[in-house]
Design a protein around this ligand. Structure first.
Ligand code: MN
Length: 249
């Protein structure tokens, strides 16, 4: 199986190295990844400056663009043959609930899904990314089950979140829904050396909520969370109600 590996933490991230290593047990891996941190770039494309790609001594393609740029270039220019699977991650941080709307990790998998390639986004919910290394055997087991065979769903990507527990304490796998994230104090306002205000998004303490079957609950309980994500954001349950508004000109 030909496997494209990418991420949003940049090509030097440990999570990508571990993912590529696990994936190499089930296929022929090519890495096409950003040259720097691109977390929270969502599905952005670089349109207004040229992109460059270079090769590392290990053969990875390193692109000075976003994760979505990487997947686009990989499929259209850099890879000699179309990959049969795209893996994105392992992200150094969770991608649960609304995170998936901001995540470059998830967006890269989404881009592959749009192009008709089965794609899995993987994220580690702990704050010690060096722990990701120990997850390799579990990643391999999961990848075999998710990606081998021909049952991978159309128009759907799979988002995996690893719990913040030592790998040998993981309790199992749960198929989940997206929970809800609540950040508090996540914007800092301060003064620059010239006395002008600046704002810094991020940080703060986040808390989560979600039902029994949510991603957040699964990782909190020590399970690997596996969420199927559909690209169609239409709220089908609301169609009839909205038609009932009789919008007209
Ligand atoms: Mn990231």
């Amino acid at each position: 199986m030909r496997i494209l590996c990418t991420n949003d933490d940049g090509y030097t991230a440990l999570g990508l190295t571990v993912l590529a290593s696990a994936a190499s047990a089930i296929g022929e891996v090519t890495i096409v990844a950003p040259d720097r941190e691109q977390s929270a770039t969502s599905h952005s494309l670089t349109l207004f400056h040229p992109l460059r790609s270079r090769r590392t001594v290990d053969g990875a393609h390193v692109v000075d663009g976003t994760p979505t740029d990487c997947v686009l270039l990989a499929l259209n220019e850099l890879l000699p043959r179309r990959p049969e699977l795209c893996l994105s991650g392992v992200n150094h941080g969770p991608n649960m609930g609304e995170d998936v709307l901001y995540s470059g990790t998830v967006a890269a998998a989404m881009e592959a899904t749009v192009m008709g390639i089965p794609a899995i986004a993987l994220s580690y919910t702990g704050d010690r990314p060096e722990e990701i290394e120990g997850w390799e055997p579990w990643l391999l087991k999961l990848l075999r089950q998710l990606a081998e065979g021909d049952r991978f769903p159309d128009d759907t990507l799979i988002s995996v979140n690893l719990p913040a527990v030592p790998p040998d304490e993981v309790r199992g796998v749960r198929v989940t829904t997206l929970g809800t994230r609540r950040y508090s104090d996540s914007i800092t306002r301060a003064k620059d050396p010239a006395g002008r205000d600046y704002y810094w998004i991020g940080g703060g303490v986040s808390s989560w909520s979600g039902g029994e079957d949510s991603d957040f609950r699964a990782v909190q309980d020590g399970y690997i969370s596996v969420t199927p994500l559909h690209l169609d954001l239409t709220n089908y349950r609301l169609l009839e109600e909205l038609r009932g508004w009789n919008l007209t000109l």
